[in-house]
Design a protein around this ligand. Structure first.
Ligand SMILES: [Mn+2]
Length: 312
């Protein structure tokens, strides 16, 4: 069944709807932000059919994690790359995982469904394209910013752009593979302006591609455990931290397919202007597109054969 429910937030009644942009969508095409696809290429094609996507005039924004868990990451990568300027994608943790595996820094686990990419005749072109995608994308005309995971509370938009550019410049450098020896869910947990070297880049990568929870002082809580431990600092979803410097910036993000169940709690975010788009495509959930010009949501029910443990 294809369930289409326009003008409905993806199950997060507490999240403010985006600003009504009121921009035209017919003559100049439209821009659709799409949540984590994770190799579910067939579901993406059905969603594109649902929105009547026209690559000659419309644009697609992807929240990252194009690959892994789903059944056809290779076909999906070829398709999105082939869209050229009609597609924008930010990098997610699974995308970095693929690049790390390709560099030899790690081996695949049993949940990974990425081997076909590394065996493909066009693997070098695909991986080159992937590592030239940004960690943050901002569009002045539409007024939206997109990241895969989140932003720590001490970064405003200008700071976040600068931090993303630091990591992007390394990923696009011929010596980029060294990076993958230094990434992972490890210290430093807290941002300082004088962080340097791999520690600085690891913190930046963890924010853009892994962050869900952090505390009021900006300590990353990548496993979301501190909120459960007695006496520990209370972590919150990154977008609910009081005083967050990026407040007021409309932010699109993915990475948190279980946000409905565990992210929002009882603290209503009010007009936070954050728009979670990972509605669990790789977890037999729904697949969501948000048309940015007029804030209209589109959904299809996922049918993919993704593995049952897929998440985030
Ligand atoms: Mn993710």
């Amino acid at each position: 069944m294809t369930g289409s429910m326009p003008n409905e937030a993806p199950g997060h009644a507490l999240v403010a709807l985006p600003l009504a942009q009121g921009l035209p969508v017919d003559e100049v095409g439209a821009t659709y932000a799409i949540g984590d696809v994770q190799g579910c290429f067939d579901d993406l094609l059905r969603l594109l059919d649902r929105i009547d996507f026209d690559p000659s005039v419309d644009r697609l924004w992807f929240t990252g994690d194009l690959v892994n868990r789903g059944p056809n990451s290779l076909g999906l990568l070829r398709f999105v790359r082939g869209l050229g300027h009609a597609a924008v994608c930010v990098l997610g943790n699974h995308d970095l995982h693929l690049l790390a595996a390709a560099s030899g820094a790690l081996t695949f686990g049993k949940k990974d469904t990425l081997a076909s990419i590394l065996e493909a005749h066009d693997r070098e072109e695909l991986l080159f394209w992937l590592r030239h995608q940004p960690l943050l994308y901002h569009d002045e005309r539409l007024g939206f910013t997109m990241v895969h995971a989140g932003l720590p509370p001490q970064w405003d938009l200008a700071t976040a752009k600068a931090r993303a550019a630091e990591l992007e410049s390394l990923l696009q450098n011929p010596a980029y593979e060294d990076l993958f020896l230094h990434l992972g869910p490890r210290k430093p947990w807290r941002w300082r302006d004088d962080l340097a070297g791999w520690d600085r880049l690891r913190y930046i990568a963890n924010c853009f591609t892994q962050l869900r929870w952090c505390d009021a002082e900006g300590r990353l809580d990548l496993d979301g455990e501190r909120r459960k431990r007695k006496g520990a600092r209370r972590s919150r979803p990154w977008f609910q931290v009081p005083g967050r410097a990026s407040q007021g910036v409309p932010i699109l993000f993915g990475h948190w397919a279980r946000l409905d169940r565990e992210g929002l709690g009882r603290t209503g975010p009010g007009k936070l202007l954050v728009h979670p788009l990972d509605t669990g495509c790789a977890n037999r959930g729904r697949f969501t597109a948000l048309r940015l010009e007029d804030s209209r949501y589109y959904h299809v029910r996922c049918r993919n054969e993704a593995l049952p443990w897929a998440e985030g």
